[in-house]
Design a protein around this ligand. Sequence first.
Ligand SMILES: NC(=O)C1=CN([C@@H]2O[C@H](COP(=O)(O)OP(=O)(O)OC[C@H]3O[C@@H](n4cnc5c(N)ncnc54)[C@H](OP(=O)(O)O)[C@@H]3O)[C@@H](O)[C@H]2O)C=CC1
Ligand SMILES: CC(=O)[C@@H](O)[C@H](O)COP(=O)(O)O
Ligand SMILES: [Mn+2]
Length: 391
Amino acid sequence: MRVSVFGATGSIGESTFDLLSRRDDIETVALTGGRNVTRLAQQARSLSAQLAVTAHDDCYLALKQALSGSGIEVAAGTDALIAAAERPTDWVMSAIVGAAGLAPGFRALAQGATLALANKESLVTAGPLLMREAARHNARILPVDSEHSAVFQALTGEDITTVERVIITASGGPFRTWSKAQLAGASLAQAAKHPTWDMGQRITIDSATLFNKALEVIETREYFDLRPEQIEVIVHPQSIIHALVGFRDGALMAHLGAPDMRHAIGYALNWPERAALPIARLDLAQLAQLSFEAPDPDRFPALRLAREVMELRGHAGAAFNAAKEVALDEFIAGHIGFQDMALLVERTIDSLLSNSGLTDAVESLETVAAMNQMARDIATRLASRMTSSGA
Ligand SMILES: NC(=O)C1=CN([C@@H]2O[C@H](COP(=O)(O)OP(=O)(O)OC[C@H]3O[C@@H](n4cnc5c(N)ncnc54)[C@H](OP(=O)(O)O)[C@@H]3O)[C@@H](O)[C@H]2O)C=CC1
Ligand SMILES: CC(=O)[C@@H](O)[C@H](O)COP(=O)(O)O
Ligand SMILES: [Mn+2]
């Protein structure tokens, strides 16, 4: 099987690399990364990739040097990422973080490859477009986000019209039990420490605000074509149950597994087979208890914002994600506080409400990119005011 991995040097990329390294039937077409060219070159040599691409032009020479004598092609820049996605292959892992992951995944679908989609931002920003592209080219999108892989697995062999509801779980993040007063002082180091999963920094902080779950609610709607009221979130601090599907006879089918993304990645890599995977087996007696609680919309407004975005439809998902990306950058830079992130996203959406483009149907990558930029500009402006006023 020919495979390409976008975002190979990240957390999902490394887990994918681990699974690919254990197989002897894999032909690696392209591996892409960002600034970590040393690791990208190691991976490319190890998997004998045809091509290695860094997203950054200024990293080209370093990557070229790291791969000298290997015979592996080297390229750099966003156009090179697109060209890599157009190289014929069978299976593509989409694991770039953020809206930057959309265009390569879209191109991979256009050449008919199976898209293993970790990059949830693709569906949040351009769900209908991506689904149409997959259908047009008879290409398949397989969910890699753990909750959506869990739903996909629970739905196997089921009639989607018998589904009443889908429940995705949230760990609640590191601040699950914190008061609003405590949240006001939440630091970057505290937010970047996930209680159960080992992930990249950005998604880890999104888990702390529950923006990760907000994106996932929208992602659920796009994958499974459900009405927003059919999608529920339950806080489950152990991250053992990843999702549950409720059917019209009252049955709930739950998916359980150790918090290890190699499960969802391996499922997508081997689908429709269920192959053996090197994942820790659950010891239920040792776990002893699985607990659940309702999310608190007062301390964590992100889920409420996601519901508003789903009502708006159109380009609201792209605006929501863009504002969230800016808010995250501003928090990481120390310009705004933890709770300011949700405030900034809400203010950006409010400011865009008077813009008719927000609710226009998603027609092309260009309109999505335009909304992405507009929302980023507004959020950046609003953030600078927050910084100077302290609110
Ligand atoms: N980590 C997880 O367990 C899960 C992640 N996801 C989703 O998967 C995606 C990846 O997450 P994760 O692996 O944690 O992220 P990481 O930050 O660990 O990795 C991101 C990858 O994307 C590359 N990258 C960063 N910015 C750009 C850019 N602008 N253009 C091209 N490449 C870029 C990075 O390169 P470099 O590091 O070399 O600079 C790296 O290879 C996200 O969409 C996330 O929401 C979903 C479920 C679980
Ligand atoms: C592993 C995975 O799929 C993440 O999206 C995970 O769900 C993050 O944890 P939270 O449940 O805390 O958002
Ligand atoms: Mn998830």
